[in-house]
Design a protein around this ligand. Structure first.
Ligand code: PGA
Length: 354
């Protein structure tokens, strides 16, 4: 039995025995309920998912000594070693892995409960957490803006990250909905709604000698220096695969973690880049970045709005999904307009699996 002291502080008086006075074994569910806290389980889940005490401490805004102390207490409650150090990685032991699976079930259930509570409050006061990949930031905030005008009471958060990070967030059930720039990997158990086109185009500085040429073969652009996104980026993966398919290696002049920085590097004459046409949303196709007419381009990719299949969607998330899908035609029209202005055409009714 655990009692709070009269002073109301957090001092606990603990007697580890059941109703008949028999001692409770460490690691038994009753023992865990009395000794382990949800916060400790949350910390433990983050350490295993991120493979590091430091990253977990950062994610949960705690100091590292606090994290270490809480993990020691949790291991004491279980009576087994839960985590081990393998090189610079922190990994779960067999017992740790079993606890990690249990944590994920518990947090998924709590997440579902949160959506249920939000539903009970209706759309007046719900929360919406959106996770989008880097390039979706060129249209997702506008859709979010329209949604917030309709439902001003809804609190929204938008996490922008590259594809690999977005997939990690899906696995950790961090957000309600995600926007990905290409189909989700098969091993993810998600519901995926195809959205507007996300064509990849070849960008060059306006004064580049290839600007204005028609039907440039891929072999020709493969001789130029290229600016690539960082590892973990979906755009980069597609570009690298494309070079492989053509039997070339990209001549990488520079790697940058931002679409905007890449456009500036292109304008600065550092090389060519292959990026989503959405990255030209604000300046259009007649600005300092020119589009090349290369055979096989634009690469017809597509956006997907995604959520884990086994996480219930809150009323707010459902409303946003519907709202976003109803906005699809305007995003699609805008892309088609930009392609028209650039004199480029998507191959009819084809969507790349890249
Ligand atoms: P990225 O993804 O922002 O990780 O490059 C974009 C995409 O896959 O289209």
């Amino acid at each position: 039995m655990t009692k709070r002291g009269d002073s109301g502080d957090d001092k606990m008086i603990s007697t580890d025995s059941d109703a008949e006075g028999a001692p409770l074994p460490q690691g038994s569910s009753e023992f865990l309920i009395r000794h382990a806290t949800l916060r400790q389980l949350q910390l433990f889940e983050a350490i295993v998912r991120l493979g590091s005490y430091t990253k977990a401490a950062e994610e949960l805004f705690l100091t590292q000594p606090t994290v270490s102390l809480q993990m020691k207490k949790l291991a004491d409650s279980v009576g087994l070693t839960l985590l081990e150090q393998v090189g610079r990685q922190t990994r779960p032991t067999e017992a740790g892995d079993a606890l990690y699976q249990a944590c994920r079930t518990i947090f998924r259930a709590l997440g579902n409960l949160e959506s249920k509570f939000a539903d009970l409050k209706g759309l007046r006061a719900g929360k919406l957490k959106l996770g989008v990949i880097t390039t979706a930031k060129y249209f997702a905030p506008e859709i979010l803006g329209g949604f917030c005008k309709l439902y001003p009471g809804v609190e929204v958060s938008l996490k922008v990250s590259n594809r690999d990070r977005a997939i990690e967030r899906i696995l950790a059930y961090d957000d309600d909905l995600y926007i990905l720039g290409a189909p989700p990997p098969d091993e993810l158990d998600v519901e995926a709604y195809p959205f507007a086109p996300n064509p990849l185009v070849v960008m060059a500085a306006r004064d580049h000698p290839l600007v204005g040429q028609k039907r440039i073969p891929f072999e020709r652009i493969a001789r130029e220096p290229f600016i690539l996104r960082e590892p973990g980026s979906g755009t980069r993966d597609t570009v690298v695969k494309l070079f492989e398919q053509h039997g070339f290696q990209p001549k990488v002049r520079l790697e940058l973690g931002s679409n905007e920085a890449i456009k500036h590097a292109v304008v600065g004459g550092l090389g060519l880049a292959i990026q989503s046409l959405h990255t030209l949303t604000l300046e259009g196709v007649n600005g300092p970045v020119a589009l090349l007419d290369v055979v096989g381009f634009p690469i017809p990719r597509q956006w997907y709005i995604v959520h884990p299949r086994n996480k219930d969607l809150s009323l707010v998330a459902k409303a946003f999904l519907e709202f976003a899908l109803s906005n699809e035609p305007s995003v699609r029209d805008f892309m088609n307009r930009l392609l028209d202005e650039a004199g480029l055409k998507l191959p009819p009714a084809s969507v790349s699996k890249a």
